[in-house]
Design a protein around this ligand. Structure first.
Ligand code: XMP
Length: 510
């Protein structure tokens, strides 16, 4: 895929993987020779923010169109194809953004077996007004006369819309018709390939070196570490920092789960250190910064223990479970970078280099879970709901103290237990329980007055945590959680529920 600055570059790559075809992303500006050297079975031209008429708009060498390789264009890529192959693109002044109905005039191969009218996601200002010769026009919209075309002889096709986004109905079919039926790509790519490919890459990068991984207990770092372990065996050391803000029984659980899978796990008990650093702090960002800072300090101390005997000049590799949604730059990047700030870490030789290993950089959460399953990680680990690095520290609104943490831990354990009992674990993305530690309200229990704290349940549904909706928990489940928390946790006398979507709310309260 040639990336013209698409917002959805990795999403397109992911849809291609879903069609069981391997894909790589190259930035626009890559020469046609370099693209062809990779021997692509097909080339996709992505969307992009430019107008093909804008000054300095990224273009494509027309040689690409005579190379004999099948080409598919979407949005901007579609317009580049039209322009490069002799059709016409015009700035008509009419724009289409968001959900747009398309009408199929003839389905051809690309749009075969789709409803003649359906909704797709558009985002464009320019419009293809005339298809290049040899192409059949397949669809149009109210303002776009040429919204899809194909030329089966040259194995080329394109659509004005974004077939990769969920809002485009039949989008995956469009891509698959191009990949399988027009370009003839074989459907051989699976998560097993991802494992093999990443293991190979890690071996290449790390060579005979050693690596360290901070396990958070979550699925991302677990899968990243498991891949690295498969690649370099016992030259990987895993470190788990217990900052005292984990959930009830979590550290023990993580230790049991991880010792099943990993050869070496270094569990660091840092509760006192973290709680001391957080004493008196209530401002959310300050809390986060302190927790982040203490975490690095603890991790560095563990590194010193583990790699204290590292040779001068030896590169130590740091494994991170960075996912695609965490990656800021588009295009996938090279996957490695050196962390300069680690250079003068106390106790380590000055010129000891750290290099990042991020085997999940191009993947989405559900793909990471599929890789985890492929690697044979326990289901509990693979399907664990996300939990923030700062832990319960950002779920106590107010100062974080051991007493408050214990209170919240109990309430949270009850909520999680009841959610699991109700069988809703996989449907609910997350259900933080938030303690409003500085709020008190009057209640009555056992004929006596109480003056306790409220907790907030925050059940949400989401696909990627970027956006979320509040989950409509069944009343019986809410009732059970509320009754148990108020009965079993002495200081809590009210349970409330947060019914705000994201945006405008975030999932966590801090
Ligand atoms: P928000 O609250 O921003 O959360 O809607 C989105 C997702 O990110 C998680 N989260 C974090 N995860 N470190 C993490 O590893 C953090 O500092 C952090 N803050 C929020 C949150 O639980 C949700 O899944």
């Amino acid at each position: 895929m040639v990336d013209f600055g698409a917002q959805y570059a990795q999403l397109i790559a992911r849809r291609v993987r879903e069609a069981r075809v391997y894909s790589e992303i190259v930035p626009h500006g890559t020469s046609v020779e370099a693209i062809l050297e990779r021997k692509p079975a097909a080339i996709i031209l992505s969307g992009g923010p430019s107008s093909v008429y804008a000054e300095g708009a990224p273009g494509i060498d027309p040689a690409l169109f005579t190379s004999g390789v099948p080409v598919f264009g979407m949005c901007y890529g579609f317009q580049l194809m039209a322009q490069g192959l002799g059709g016409q693109v015009a700035s008509t002044g009419t724009r289409e953004y968001g959900r747009t109905p398309v009408t199929i005039s003839q389905p051809g191969t690309l749009l075969a077996e789709m409803p003649a009218q359906h909704n797709v996601w558009m985002s464009h200002g320019d419009t293809v007004t005339q298809a290049p010769s040899g192409f059949s026009v397949l669809a149009s919209t109210e303002v776009t006369p040429v919204a899809a075309f194909e030329d089966l002889e040259r194995r080329m096709a394109g659509v004005q819309w974004h077939p990769e986004v969920l809002h485009s109905e039949h989008g995956q079919n469009v891509l698959e018709h191009f990949l399988h039926d027009i370009a003839g790509c074989r459907q051989t790519w699976t998560m097993l390939n991802v494992v093999e490919e990443q293991v190979e890459k890690i071996r290449e990068q790390v060579g005979e070196g050693r690596a360290i991984c901070a396990l958070s207990g979550g699925v991302d770092s677990a899968v990243a570490a498991a891949l690295v372990q498969r690649a370099i065996g016992d030259r990987l050391t895993c470190v788990y920092v217990d900052h005292g803000m984990m959930r009830l029984g979590e550290t023990e659980q993580v230790r049991r789960d991880f010792e099943e899978v990993f050869d070496s796990l270094d569990v660091v008990d840092a509760e006192e250190q973290f709680l001391t650093a957080l004493a008196g702090v209530t401002e959310p960002e300050t809390k986060r910064k302190i927790i982040g800072h203490e975490f690095i300090r603890t991790f560095e101390a563990a590194e010193v223990r583990v790699f204290g005997d590292a040779q001068q000049g030896e590169t130590v590799f740091l494994v991170q479970g960075t996912l695609y949604p965490d990656v800021v730059e588009s295009g996938g990047g090279a996957g490695t970078s050196t962390i300069k700030s680690h250079h003068n870490v106390g106790g380590l030789p000055d010129d000891l280099n750290f290099e990042l290993v991020e085997p999940l950089r191009a993947l989405f959460k559900d793909e990471v879970r599929a890789v985890g399953e492929q690697l044979g990680l326990p289901e509990r680990m693979v399907w664990r709901q996300p939990f923030p690095g700062p832990g319960l520290g950002i779920r106590i609104i107010g100062e974080v103290t051991k007493e408050r943490l214990d209170m919240l831990r109990q309430a949270d354990a009850i909520a999680r237990e009841e959610l699991t009992k109700s069988g809703l674990d996989r449907e609910i993305w997350q259900m933080p329980v938030v303690l409003l530690a500085d709020v008190r309200s009057v209640g009555v229990q056992g004929d006596g007055r109480t003056y306790g704290h409220p907790v907030v349940l925050r059940p949400v549904t989401s696909e990627d945590a970027m956006t979320a909706d509040w989950a409509r928990l069944p009343y019986e489940v809410m009732e059970k959680i509320s009754t148990r928390i108020t009965n079993e946790v002495a200081e809590i006398n009210r349970v409330t529920i947060d019914i705000t979507s994201k945006p405008p709310g975030t999932i966590e309260w801090e």
